[in-house]
Ligand binder design. Structure first.
Ligand SMILES: [Zn+2]
Ligand SMILES: [Zn+2]
Length: 287
């Protein structure tokens, strides 16, 4: 059995030859085994679409981002902590509000990449969309990714801001509260996939367990709701704070209905080709 990407970026898995059913094996078990085999093939193919050039680019971006980020965030901490009492309180507010906004943005990006596009979508197909498809086919693959691969895309997207803001003089008019707030948002965005990785990690570091337990960052047990077919809920993966609200508002379904009505695009068409999850039962929702 072989998997390839067709001209629209969808997965094409060659049909598995029908094998005689072993004695005592039900049709359901056979179907399950075939599906597992198809998923394995899709998983290998998706991993192969992370070329050496992108691996090197991710390491370079991670190093450059870190250098600018140390400069920027040490300036922000210095300005806020060494300032008045109010400045320190504002820093806490920036971190909390920044986390909320980053959670919203993570939900929007995750939802868009899961729901639409293929591996052939310009700019984001082989980068963002590929990694989201791989994550549904093999949710634990992310825990085996090196740091640079985990944060590569988010560091790349936030790099222009982090680099530019780090060069602004701390005493200048331009180093305003808005610049500080947006820098904090960029920090949360940059580490969103690392937070997501920790949500899937069996035994994360102690400080991470504390942050998860305190609900400051995404918890594994609540994120698991996203990983049941058809992967249509709980898209927010920074803190997960907005997931219950969006579920109650039925936000994602409503947005999909509008897009289908006016554009005609079918939600998760490509994703369902990769995951072969059509027969998996949905869990009880806590709606
Ligand atoms: Zn997803
Ligand atoms: Zn996940």
């Amino acid at each position: 059995m072989q998997a390839t990407s067709n001209e629209t970026g969808g997965v094409v898995v060659e049909p598995t030859p029908i094998q005689p059913t072993p004695r005592g094996e039900t049709a359901l078990i056979t179907k399950f085994k075939i599906k597992r085999q198809q998923q394995k093939t899709a998983q290998i193919y998706l991993q192969s679409q992370y070329p050496k050039s992108k691996q090197i680019a991710d390491v370079v971006v991670a190093c450059v981002w870190t250098a600018f980020a140390i400069r920027l965030f040490s300036k922000i901490i210095y300005a806020q902590v060494m300032g008045s009492y109010a400045d320190s309180v504002f820093l806490i507010l920036y971190v909390a509000c920044g986390a909320l906004l980053a959670d919203f943005l993570s939900g929007m990006i995750h939802w868009a990449c899961d729901t639409y596009g293929t591996l052939n979508t310009p700019f984001v197909g082989k980068t963002l969309i590929r990694s989201f498809r791989e994550h549904h086919v093999d949710p634990t693959a992310i825990t085996r990714h090196p740091f640079a691969e985990t944060v590569g895309n988010s560091f790349f997207v936030t790099l222009p801001w982090v680099a530019t803001a780090s060069l602004i003089d701390i005493n200048s008019y331009w180093f305003s509260p808005l610049i500080i707030f947006w820098s904090v948002v960029m920090f949360w965005m940059a580490f969103t996939n690392q937070i997501h990785k920790w949500a899937h990690t069996y035994n994360p570091p102690t400080f991470v367990k504390y942050l998860q337990k305190s609900r400051i960052i995404l918890q594994g047990k609540t994120h698991n709701y996203h990983h049941f077919s058809p992967y249509d809920r709980d898209y927010c993966i920074t803190t997960g704070w907005l997931n219950p609200l969006f579920l109650r508002l039925d936000l994602w379904k409503k947005m999909e209905a509008i897009i289908t009505k006016y554009v005609g695009t079918v939600p998760r068409e490509d994703d369902s080709n990769w995951t072969f999850q059509d027969t998996v039962a949905k869990p009880e929702t806590d709606k």
